[in-house]
Design a protein around this ligand. Structure first.
Ligand SMILES: C[S@@+](CC[C@H](N)C(=O)[O-])C[C@H]1O[C@@H](n2cnc3c(N)ncnc32)[C@H](O)[C@@H]1O
Length: 349
């Protein structure tokens, strides 16, 4: 059953910093797009997410990509005192930042964090003793904090260790990955995840260089392999490709989409914000057809067989005001679907 749509008002305030919540202070679509921003991260399309994701004010919502807790705070503000938000992130820095920001909500039991990979959402919720979710948000990619923090090794603009792991406590770093791969495998990654047209010469230059250990060294090698006017684009594409490979982002996203469908109650909604075409294609196909390939399966009468009712026929994009205030929001695409009840024939007798 769908609850009342969230009230629109212009009364929203900047967050208190302690996660204060109020169901009578609704999230406004017309207010300052940066009102949930913090030094950690500025959440994208926060009002649009909340407006379309929340259908039960007393429900259970999962923010699968907690980051600095901006979307979680927006969700908490839209829920009643019975509502709960669970924030998942694999980055311990995100967990600590969001818990500090939403300390009041943690204390009152309305907000709880779970550190882990969102591909494991089913297991994480079960282990925490939680049941079916009313809504799940996946705001993909990395946070501004992860980019800005040189020690995390995500950015070509600042020098730091060549790391790029979202979970800094486990797994192979970008430096390890580059050292392990041969030229052909590295080329394939730069092509597949960065759509880099000069993948082969860049991969060769990387493998010819002595062992790379810093982002600055990698950036210099990339610059040496491309024309000057292409440098910035190639740097962005190669860093993106390596980040996706290090964190196995495409495989993890596919597993997470399937798992999200499993943990939603019928009538619950899944919202995905993607930032590049590889993510968006998967979200688009899955949220319409229930598969990653975009295959339209039809029944005997020609009706589409899908577990979803697509809420956003076209992706929602940030307003001009938001893209001006937060350039990162420019590439964001928000898609939302609602889980359908299983057909009657699937119900146990
Ligand atoms: C774009 S930021 C989200 C920002 C957040 N919506 C906010 O309001 O601050 C993405 C976050 O998701 C986390 N993340 C990305 N992939 C993940 C995964 N597979 N499992 C768990 N967390 C992940 C990153 O560590 C990062 O903190």
């Amino acid at each position: 059953m769908l609850a009342q749509p969230i009230l629109m008002s212009s009364q929203s305030k900047r967050p208190s910093g302690r996660g204060a919540r109020s169901a009578d202070r609704p999230v406004s679509l017309s207010a300052d797009p940066l009102r949930f921003a913090s030094a950690y991260h500025a959440p994208v399309m926060a009002a649009e997410v909340v407006h379309r994701l929340v259908t039960e004010k007393g429900g259970l919502y999962v923010d699968g990509t907690l980051g600095g807790g901006g979307h979680s705070e927006a969700l908490l503000q839209a829920l009643s005192t019975e509502g709960r938000v669970i924030g998942i992130d694999q980055d311990s820095e995100a967990i600590a930042a969001a818990e500090a920001r939403l300390a009041d909500a943690v204390e009152s039991g309305c907000f709880r964090t779970l550190q882990g990979n969102f591909a494991d959402i089913e297991r994480l919720l079960t282990n925490a003793g939680l049941g079916a979710a009313d809504g799940i948000l996946l705001d993909l990619g990395i946070s501004s904090h992860q980019i800005d923090e040189a020690s995390r090794g995500f950015a070509f603009s600042v020098d730091g260790p060549l790391d790029m792991r979202m979970n800094a406590d486990a797994g192979e770093t970008a430096a390890d990955l580059i050292a392990r791969l041969d030229v052909q495998s590295l080329t394939n990654i730069l092509r597949a995840y960065g759509e880099e047209p000069r993948a082969w010469p860049i991969a060769n230059a990387i493998k010819d260089a002595r062992a790379l250990t810093t982002t600055g060294e990698l950036a210099d090698v990339i610059r040496s392999a491309v024309p000057t006017k292409e440098e910035v684009k190639s740097l962005a594409r190669v860093f993106q490709a390596l980040r996706i490979a290090v964190n196995d982002e495409m495989d993890v996203l596919e597993r997470a989409l399937e798992a999200a469908l499993a943990v939603l109650r019928p009538g619950g909604r899944l919202a995905v914000i993607s930032y590049h075409s590889l993510e968006d294609r998967r979200a688009k196909h899955f949220l319409r057809f229930g598969n990653m390939e975009g295959k339209a399966e039809k029944d005997f009468y020609g009706n589409l067989i899908t577990p979803w009712n697509l809420i956003t026929r076209k992706p929602i994009t940030a307003t001009p005001e938001e893209t001006q205030a937060n350039p990162r929001s420019r590439s964001a695409r928000l898609r939302i679907s609602e889980k359908l009840a299983p057909p009657l024939s699937d119900h146990p007798r």
